[in-house]
Design a binder for this molecule. Structure first.
Ligand code: DGL
Length: 279
């Protein structure tokens, strides 16, 4: 997927795919990955002790992200997926140059999904402060279509709502309305809303409903997860794991409190548990 994946060494079929996020949001990407490549083993790391990345400086996000990737590389992964928009937006070049295996970020696949969905070229992207401040989506969309118009808004309250499981009640609707009113005030012609944070797919229904109410017409809502899974399939080329048995998912976290409750919501399937790691 464009500059976000580079093949730097031959990968062996039996090795796992590595995925990391600042927390549990990246499990929405694992969900898409398990659907697209069911035979693959996956090692997931959530840096739950240091979440959120979205409010931290680019330098700190880069440092934390490099530590997460190092952990995955130590587990001999054949591919790294950065299932965190904030890390992708702020640390991708550093992660690519530090990795002997291909690295796939969230931004370029998300930009491609939004451009495929829009009919009038007016795209709204919502994400963390760190993602929006980086301008990474503006660059990714501009590189693909110079005529597209991107409007970006940081929505920091959406991550705690998704984690709390308040995903389609009156509180979620109020918060969504407040943010999306601001977004559509900047560009009333937005026809595609890009969820530029891996937590937000949990809030897809309420965001789609409120966006349509504000715009008074349907608004396409897209995210990076499926496009990242497709990019993973492309990056594996002729080397995907073709065994019939379901691939194993091994999860690690830097803090395991509340994960038994939170993680299955994001993954969409039961989970055997997380191993605690100290990076
Ligand atoms: N998962 C992160 C992202 O996609 C959001 C949470 C955070 O701020 O760390 O940007």
């Amino acid at each position: 997927m464009g500059q976000e994946s580079t093949t730097k060494q031959t990968v062996t079929e039996r090795h796992p795919i590595g995925v990391f996020d600042s927390g549990v949001g990246g499990l929405t990407v694992v969900r898409a990955l398990r659907r697209a490549l069911p035979g693959e083993d996956i090692v997931y790391l959530g840096d739950t002790a240091r979440v959120p990345y979205g409010s931290k400086s680019p330098r700190t996000v880069e440092k934390y992200s490099l530590g997460c990737q190092r952990f995955l590389l130590d587990h001999h992964v054949k591919l790294v997926l950065i299932a965190c928009n904030t890390a992708s937006a702020n640390a991708l070049p550093a992660l690519i140059s530090a990795s002997p295996v291909p690295v796939i970020g969230a931004v370029d696949p998300g930009a491609a999904s939004a451009l495929a969905a829009t009919t009038n070229g007016h795209i709204g992207v919502i994400g963390t402060l760190g993602t929006v401040r980086s301008n990474a989506y503006a660059r990714a969309i501009g590189a693909r279509d110079a005529n597209a118009k991107l409007t970006a808004l940081a929505c920091p309250m959406l991550v705690p709502l998704a984690e709390e499981g308040w995903i389609d009640d009156e509180v979620a609707a109020l918060v969504a309305r407040r943010y999306l009113t601001q977004l559509f005030a900047q560009d009333p012609a937005i026809d595609t809303l890009l969820l530029g944070c891996t937590h937000y797919p949990l809030l897809r229904d309420v965001l789609a409903r409120i966006a349509a109410e504000i715009a008074r017409r349907p608004v396409a809502v897209v995210d990076s997860a499926s496009a990242m899974a497709e990019a993973a399939r492309d990056a594996l080329g002729s080397g995907p794991n073709r065994r019939n048995a379901a691939g194993q998912l091994q999860c690690f976290a830097t803090d395991t409190s509340r994960l038994d409750e939170l993680a299955p919501r994001f993954l969409g399937e039961p989970l055997t548990g997380f191993d605690l790691v100290d990076l």
